[in-house]
Design a binder for this molecule. Structure first.
Ligand code: OSB
Ligand code: MG
Length: 369
């Protein structure tokens, strides 16, 4: 296989509901769609799902555009390959920049699946025909607003709800949501805002039967994650801390986690995400697939990944309508009582709505003929 042409489309879409975490806030997203074409004219789509600002990860939309156009795409153009896991070698000298890499890696996997005429899930080694989705809810102006959001998603049938927490929004919202939903599969995500001084506060959360506490401390602070895990029964889940399989290896050696959130974007693509899944499975660590409010392309890649056997916890692969009034894939991704079907058609399994892509494009770039 050989990629002879590559295109980037910076596409802007408003979220149906503004999202706030301990680290950032967003009302609309600019994601970069990656389109790779081989000599036969087959096309694979990928999505660079970086936030606009460097508050979740160091990358921004501009850095992704720069790295993809100047380093990643030139490295893969006109270079023959027989499997998408070989593309990593083409850009092995590029450090970090996982979101940018993820979009190009994803497009290569989708192209590969298209050429094989198989579903993306199948070429990844997926075994499930449907996956269970949870929802991630941001910090709201008031607890009553939060309870309205929880009620809406529980009514829609989602079996797991994750709440974003921060030092001024943790024990109280958790206590209220738990009181209203005694049996709900509930978990919290701090996006790294706490420090070792907050251990007593986090230990208080142990009383609410949470499924996990996600990324309480800064990404590099594995020792404090291990310390918290030693003192609470609630599993500690890592997100931002794990960008590579080597990071996972270190976290395992330190007993800093019991659960891993695998994000395709954060780990630089499906190749690395699948490797992390394999390693976690060997180590007996439960995994689920996290999201970055992806448009339909990245969302379908997350669905395909979640069909791998080790994804035993609900993933952040909620239906398109939770995020966007109209998604860029046709049909949109749907969930029935929180269950999403794994597409059985070739490639992504849903068509990309080119008209909608064009209508929402704010910048474009073409490489190759
Ligand atoms: O930490 O998982 C996170 C969104 C943006 C940045 C970080 C995170 C999130 C989410 C959204 O939780 C999950 C989703 O796509 O539904
Ligand atoms: Mg997270």
């Amino acid at each position: 296989l050989k990629i002879v042409a590559a295109r980037l489309h910076r596409v802007r879409m408003p979220l149906v509901h503004e999202f706030r975490t301990s680290s950032h806030r967003k009302a609309f997203l600019d994601h970069i769609l990656v389109e790779l074409e081989d000599a036969s004219g087959a096309v694979g789509w990928g999505e660079i799902a970086s936030s606009s600002d460097p508050y979740y990860a160091p990358e921004t939309v501009e850095t992704c555009w720069h790295i993809a156009s100047k380093y990643l795409l030139p490295a893969v153009l006109d270079r023959p390959w027989t499997h998408p896991d070989q593309l990593q070698a083409a850009w092995s000298k590029v450090r970090g920049n996982y979101f940018a890499k993820a979009g190009v890696d994803m497009a290569a996997w989708v192209l590969w699946a298209e050429v094989q005429q198989l579903p993306l899930a199948t070429v990844l080694g997926g075994t499930r025909t449907e996956v269970v989705a949870g929802v991630s809810l941001g910090i709201e102006p008031t607890i009553d607003d939060l309870l309205v959001q929880v009620e809406r998603q529980v009514e829609a049938g989602y079996p797991r709800v994750k709440l974003k927490i921060a030092p001024d929004w943790d024990v109280e919202p958790v206590r209220e949501v738990r009181a209203a939903y005694p049996e709900l599969d509930l978990h919290v995500d701090a996006n790294g805002i706490y420090t070792a001084g907050d251990l007593p506060k986090l230990q208080k959360l142990d009383a609410y039967r949470l499924t996990m506490i996600e990324q309480p401390f800064a990404p590099r602070d594995l020792l404090t994650h291990a310390k918290l895990q030693r003192t609470i029964g609630t599993p500690v889940c890592l997100d931002e801390s794990v960008e590579t399989v080597a990071d996972l290896e270190t976290a395992l050696a330190l007993d800093a986690l019991q659960v891993l959130n695998i994000k395709v974007s954060r780990m630089g693509g499906l190749t690395a995400a699948r490797a992390a899944h394999d390693r976690a499975r060997d180590a007996g660590v439960a995994v689920w697939c996290g999201g970055m409010h992806e448009f339909g392309i990245g969302r379908l890649a997350n669905v395909a990944l979640s069909s791998l056997p080790g994804f035993t916890l609900p993933s952040d692969v909620s239906a398109s309508e939770k995020y966007y009034a109209r998604d860029i894939v046709e049909p949109a991704v749907t969930a029935v009582r929180g269950v999403v079907q794994v597409p059985q058609a070739t490639g992504l399994g849903h068509a990309v709505d080119r008209e909608l892509v064009v209508a929402n494009t704010v910048a474009e770039l073409s490489l190759g003929p």
